[in-house]
Design a protein around this ligand. Structure first.
Ligand code: 3PG
Length: 215
């Protein structure tokens, strides 16, 4: 898809758009625009639509066209063909939960910012060798949580992370306090039942709570 509807920041810029990158599962493309608008109303200007549902690509296209003020990307990019399909649908960035050479080749070839998933120092080094220095730490809680990521900062001071997987309002601040973290990712802003019921007020409130610093 060609279009100028959304800004396309570089990966570092992406992490700076919001303290929380919502990971959004959309079963119904008809819910996409309303969900995006609710996040935006709550102060969240970026969202990752996971390629886990048949509706995901159409959802990305609709958001890109109808909610140009939110930066929409594709997540759960797990196969090389996902990368191109997401780019054509209008995704402005790609997030992978892990990495293979073919997957990263395809993702980088789109020209879009890519956040590759890593869980270990070795995986982070592999990504960095390709010039990918802004990474998704996944699954964050299961991979050692803030303690692990804090330890990464010693040998890998130039890498930045968006920890995702098991992040909640209760533990997000512990990640955000780390020097190598600019944002966390999480699905809690867009609960499946709230999307299904079009409970946009709840999504907006969750977004606002996630973006409002604690008093
Ligand atoms: C992801 O795809 O990034 C994760 O499944 C999101 O994890 P969470 O549901 O624990 O936030």
């Amino acid at each position: 898809m060609n279009g100028n509807g959304s800004r396309t920041p570089d990966p570092r810029g992406l992490l700076g758009l919001s303290p929380v990158l919502p990971v959004v599962v959309l079963d119904d493309a008809d819910a996409a625009v309303a969900t995006a608008r609710a996040l935006l109303a709550g102060g969240v200007g970026v969202m990752e639509v996971t390629l886990r549902t048949p509706a995901a690509l159409e959802a990305i296209t609709r958001i890109r066209l109808e909610v140009p003020d939110i930066v929409v990307g594709a997540g759960t990019v797990t196969r090389p063909d996902h990368a191109d399909r997401a780019a054509h649908a209008g995704a402005t960035f790609l997030v992978t939960p892990g990495q293979t050479d073919t997957l990263l080749d395809a993702a980088v070839a789109t020209g879009l910012p890519v956040l590759p998933g890593v869980a270990t120092v070795s995986e982070a080094l592999r990504a960095a060798e390709r010039g990918l220095d802004t990474l998704k730490f996944f699954p964050a809680e299961a991979s050692g949580g803030p303690a692990a990521l804090s330890a990464f900062a010693g040998p890998l001071p130039d890498l930045r992370f968006c920890p995702t997987g098991g992040i909640t309002p209760a533990n997000a601040a512990r990640y955000l306090a780390l020097p190598n973290v600019d944002c966390v990712g999480g699905s809690w802003l867009t609960p499946a039942d709230a999307i299904a019921a079009r409970d946009l007020g709840r999504i907006e409130t969750l977004a606002r709570e996630a973006t409002t610093p604690a008093a």
